[in-house]
Write a protein that binds this ligand. Structure first.
Ligand code: PSU
Ligand code: MN
Length: 303
């Protein structure tokens, strides 16, 4: 185990035994969902991973250490805390050296998972190229991390608040495999179909695990993005969301929201504008991703 990583007893045992482990991020808890649904969801996601036969390892930085697998009281403390730092690749080292508490984004969770020896990670949706990025230059560090760090990330695509065509272009440039699960279309987080074709398609966990191993075998850096569509019964049609996203976007611009605050602001405003529907959909898709990630972890562990 890496010097800076403290695995929980359960995660340490699973890793030592070669048993399936799924990493989970914590920014979705601290910056992606309102209290108390954030804590309920974090617990439900861990339970979903367990129900499918893998061990969940929720990742966060606490007291100058990377934690992989949080005890119940730490999870609750994190979910309730205010002013927790949102950590991406750039922020991890300073959070560790200053001893502060931080929640890990997709990028930082990938780094920590890899240090801990965990190959698969479930989240809601990755960050990507923001609309208007040609002016703001706002492109999530998640994209470069997928190109650099060998972890398979299961997400429901990229969040539909983003510019999805540009996000796919950047992923292609960076050489990141974008694999839709069970369909040809790239999913759009709250909706199953973005209207864009996904570059690659695989239909089951065994195939995704085999692709993960083949990439490792090639010696290529980086991971793969597994784009798992939201369950049909939970999706919100794209045409219902489009005007709400446009409005949230206008408000963000008018208020000068920039940098790390953009994604949390847009998610919170969409929760309000949709009268809670986006949160319900977000919870359903995260649970769905956690289940698939557990199956991938089992396939990786058995082969
Ligand atoms: N998935 C969700 N909700 C979230 C996130 C993912 O369902 O809030 C978080 C992840 O931590 C992701 C971050 O890395 O949003 C993207 O932030 P940014 O656009 O600032 O890179
Ligand atoms: Mn950004």
């Amino acid at each position: 185990m890496h010097d800076l990583v403290d695995p929980s007893a359960e995660v340490a045992r699973a890793l030592a035994d070669g048993a399936p482990v799924v990493a989970l991020e914590s920014t979705i808890i601290t910056h992606g969902m309102p209290w108390p649904r954030n804590l309920e969801t974090a617990r439900a996601v861990e339970a979903a991973v367990r129900a499918e036969g893998a061990v969940p390892a929720t990742i966060a930085v606490m007291g100058g250490r990377i934690r992989a697998g949080l005890e119940a009281q730490d999870l609750e403390r994190l979910a309730q805390a205010e002013g927790v730092a949102k950590l991406s690749r750039a922020d991890l080292a300073v959070c560790l050296s200053t001893g502060h508490t931080g929640a890990t984004t997709v990028a930082a969770t990938m780094i920590c998972a890899h240090l801990a020896g965990i190959g698969v990670f479930a989240t809601g949706g990755i960050g990507g190229v923001h609309r208007g990025a040609e002016e703001s230059f706002d492109i999530s560090a998640d994209l470069q991390e997928l190109a650099a760090t060998p972890v398979t990330v299961v997400a429901a695509g990229a969040k539909a608040i983003l510019d999805l065509p540009k996000t796919l272009e950047v992923l292609e440039t960076l050489g990141v495999p974008v694999i839709a699960v069970g369909q040809d279309a790239f999913p759009a987080f709250w909706s199953r179909d973005s209207g864009l074709a996904a570059p690659l398609r695989l239909d089951d966990a065994a195939g995704i695990a085999a692709a993960h191993k083949a990439r490792r075998g090639l010696g290529l850096p980086g991971g793969q993005l597994v784009a798992n569509p939201i369950p049909r019964e939970a999706e919100i049609p794209a045409d219902v969301l489009a005007p709400l996203i446009a409005q949230a976007q206008r408000e963000a611009e008018a208020r000068g929201i920039a940098g790390k605050k953009v994604t949390p602001f847009l998610l919170q405003r969409l929760f309000e504008l949709s009268e809670g529907r986006t949160l319900e959909a977000n919870i359903a898709l995260v649970l769905n991703n956690a289940r698939l990630a557990a199956h991938i972890a089992r396939a990786l562990a058995s082969g």
